[in-house]
Design a protein around this ligand. Sequence first.
Ligand SMILES: Nc1ncnc2c1ncn2[C@@H]1O[C@H](COP(=O)(O)OP(=O)(O)OP(=O)(O)O)[C@@H](O)[C@H]1O
Length: 449
Amino acid sequence: MSSPKLFMHVQDPLLASNLLSLNGVRQYELNISHQDENWLDQLSVAQCDVALIEVNSLHDVALKELISSPVLYKTEFLFFSKGEPDPILDHLMHKGAGFHYRAPYNLKLIESSLKEVFSELSRSHENANTQTSYLDQFGLLVGSSTAMHSLYRTIRKVAATKANAFIMGESGTGKELIANTLHVFSQRAEGPFVAINCGALSPELIDSELFGHVKGAFTGAHKDHQGVFEQAEGGTLFLDEVTEMPYEQQVKLLRVLESGEYKPVGAQQVKMANVRIIAATNRTLSDAIRDEVFREDLYFRLAQFPIMVPKLKDREGDACGLAQHFLSYRNAKDGQHKQFSAQSLEKINHYTWPGNVRELKHAIERAYILADHIIHPEHLITNDLSEQTEIDKTAGIPTGMRLDDIEKIAILKTLKNNDGNKTDTAHQLGISIKTLYNKLDKYEHTDFL
Ligand SMILES: Nc1ncnc2c1ncn2[C@@H]1O[C@H](COP(=O)(O)OP(=O)(O)OP(=O)(O)O)[C@@H](O)[C@H]1O
């Protein structure tokens, strides 16, 4: 088991020796900087959990670079300064970089901060290879891997600010849960969390869905309707699949973000929005911007904090842990005691889960339905095409299975075969996209947790 790593860039010999004498420092695996090289470059390579940085020059290039570096969100920083006002350092503190100690330094306080951070990090390092059903939970997110703990730290820092955030990650990695967790840890937690899927909005109703409408604004507008900006007033508005919003609508969104003003359809008066926006996409943004699917200016407005979500296959140990987590909740709901065989856990551990946590969750749901007591590998229907024939033979529908369970299996399997593409899935199943979204929503909110 590797222990947490600490990077130290301190020029003042007295401060350096004081810090090195602390137990709080010595418990880490130490990386001392080479003074004549850029410390941020060194820290990026060393990938340390904690960094002690002495700031003693307004011309510290690395400090400026840190503002836009991903290292800012992966590392816990303790800055030391003589106390001269430093706008860059202030900017970093507003971004939730960590602690700033001003001379004369209180070594006891520094020691206790380092110990606290160490015990939090050790827990994540210890659990990195867990195969048990117990996983750490942060907000709504479950996972004990180092990648998830690094994400938790990022969320904690971003939540402390007022900035908009842009969550990027593959489908099924948990972007909506992350947005919700950000909300829960923010100062707006008492306000509403409103999520809207921009891919599921019909082009005719999009203005009304976003900004609302007044009675009589158009045929069928029988009464006033609140748009999501108003519903989320004082809270957080989550724009899922924001890159799927029609290009011309994106300008309207940009305008609201710039001025805070919006006008319900048919209204005379503008309203002021008081919402924090969190957006998400599973597209590769550079491609979406290049192909003119998504406006670059909107991206910059939304992405004051970009958050990258790790794929499930990059969260060591979490696939098995999450599988057990989902199964235990399902067992508890039905008063059952179904279990995984050792071979099933092995299969879960080795499969790459291209559909990420959603695919895993659905696979466990299907396995739970198909297995009597022990979940064997053949009950775990994955997207792995090399196993498809075998799966199809073994996944016959047992007599007496509930119709809504059969429907669920048909929907989830078709979705998987279409790599998560909901338009193609709805088309093949002969249902509307809206019905598909409603059903998926129902499964996600009723099966587990
Ligand atoms: N870390 C996690 N812990 C527990 N459940 C999770 C986690 N991540 C994802 N899930 C579950 O997996 C499913 C998919 O999550 P979510 O909808 O947040 O993913 P997404 O990245 O927003 O997907 P999409 O891009 O397709 O909208 C949900 O049922 C969610 O509850």
